[in-house]
Every structure is written in structure tokens, then in C-alpha cells.
Ligand binder design. Sequence first.
Ligand code: X2X
Length: 360
Amino acid sequence: MPMNIISRQMILLFVVCIFTLCFLTCPNAYAKKFKKEYKLQVTVGPNFYWGQGAAKFAELVKEKTSGQINIKPYYGSSLLQGAQLKSAQLVAKGVIDCAFESTINISSVIPECNVFSLPFFVNTYENLDKLEQGQTGRALFEAMKKKRLMPLAWGTNGFRQITNDKIAIRRPQDLNRMKVRVVGSPIFIDIYRQLGADPVNMNWGDAITAFQQGVVDGQENPVGVLMPVQIWQYHQHVTLWNYLADPLIFYWNKQQWDKFPKDIQQAIIQAASEAGRFEKALCRSGLDGETSINILKNEFNYVMENPDPVSYLQQNKMTVTILSDKERAAFKKATLPVYKKWVPKIGKELVEKAKADMKK
Ligand code: X2X
């Protein structure tokens, strides 16, 4: 019957329309679940190992999420007008989506992060890895989650070393009255005051200008930072004393994170772990025998331009002073009051966890 045929054709047309509509709108609806760009806060520039780790993270996230998540690193704390200590606060609020940040900068929100800044406490890669992978790292990640920060993986800035244009530092008294640029976290002011120096708080962005203008005599940062800023242009002496550790953490605003589908979360965590491993190997290269050089070669098909940072600093006419155990012990003793003052601020329980992790 013609009437029947017409209504059947109408139904068929209707079904086809619905399917077409779904096909056209569903991918759009899915795409709309994600932002066009996720902003990643990074303190330093793209030519630092730390900056390269951020770029690697963005690249891996794009690859592992088939282009669905697009991260853009904002270098030099440009999202914060240089105020690096605000990074965790603004990620927690969701003003910034994510960060690849130093535990020193996170410490303004998570005081427990100062466990790595206790003077002469961690000191070796082995100890540091034990802390990160052990109960200390787990407790820190829990503390972050409570403050709306979702930690994803560890990276590193390295052990911090001191440079200056006055003297090859070997003894606490060598720091007497030395004007040293330090990062804004208060434990650094305490350490340098205790050593008789004159510490000056400064954001990283201002620090480089201060070195150029000779406003300070010295500063402290890991070798991975000393090389890209060509510190030898301003300071002739570097003392390698590994006096405290400076791990980095990839982290995300937790509210935003919780809304991501599981597969996207897994892809981002995987990307952060791989980028962290790569970045750590860059920073440790030449400082841990062949280990990191081989990780880069075998896992990332990457050959280091300057595989030996110590020789590189020497080639650039710096005096490189490596402290003996006895010399380090003198500094440890001199900074003991700072250690004691900061244990309760960090939490005695966490410091005990760190000690237990290092003993394992
Ligand atoms: O400000 C610094 O010294 C730096 C770049 O190392 C940190 O962000 C902690």
C-alpha cells in the first residue's frame, strides 16, 4: 500500500537523520569536554633541563591522548609575573591548570616540601630516590591532594650548589657577610643568616639581572641552572656541596583532574612519569657515573651536548671546589640550629619518615 510505503520511508529518513545528527554532533560534544589549551607554569626558560622536561611532558601528553589534551608551557613564571612562590596557590584555585615546579616553590602551600630543603640532610641521589619512592613521597602527595593539587610524577632541579665572585668557599666563615641571592622560601634566609651571610630574597626573574649588575656576591642553584645562565660570566667560584635537594613535581588542579576520564588521566600520568625520567637523567648526566647518560641514550635516543658539567664549568674558568666529608661536617654542624628550628615546621613525623626511608 502506497500509504504504508510512504510512512516507512519517512521513518527510515527520520532514523538516518538522527544518526547523521549524532555522528556530527557527538565528536564536537566530546571535544568540548576539554579546553583548547591547558596552561603549564614553569619557573625557568625552555633552554634549561627543567624547561626541556616541561616541553617533553606537553609533547608526550599530546601523543598519548591522540591530540585531545593540548598543554602549553609558560616559561619564566610568565603566568605569575615572576612570582614563582604563587604557583601552587594559583593551580589550587584553578587559575592555572598545571605546573612543573620545584618543591621549594610549592613549599609556600605545602610546608612539608621543606623536608628536601633541610640543610645537609638528603645529600645523595640514592637517598633522594628513596624519599620520593618511599613513605615520605607518599605522605607529601597526600598533603598536596588535600590542598587541591594532584601530583603526577617527580622530576628534579638537582642538588643545589653555591657560586660567588669572592672566594672558593670551603668553610662556614668563608660566607661571612657575603650577599647571597636566595629563593623566597624562609628556610633559605635562616640557613644563610646562620652562616653569617647576608641573604637577599629574590624571584628568579630578577635574580639574573642582579647577577649581571653585581647587586649580590653569590647565589645558589644546581649545575643544570648554572650552565644555561652562564654563571661564569658573573661568578668565578663554585662549591659543589649538595647541601640540599631540589626535586620538581608535575601537578594539576585537582578539581579539574577529577573530571577527566580515566583513560585521559592514565595517559597524562604516563607522560609525566616518562618526561620526569628524561628530565632527571638530563640533570644527573655526568654526575652519577654512566647511569643517566645510558638512560638518555637507550631509552630516549638522546645524546647529551655537555655530558660532564663539572669539566664544563672548569673549561669556563670557574674554580670548582668539592668539599671533603670533614668540610661538609663543619657546615652541617654550623647549620644544625636551622635544622632543629625547621623540623617542627615540616612535621616531626614526616622527618622521621624521611630518616626511615633513607635507612632502607
Ligand atoms: O629560583 C630559583 O633559584 C630556582 C629557579 O632554582 C627555583 O625556582 C627554585
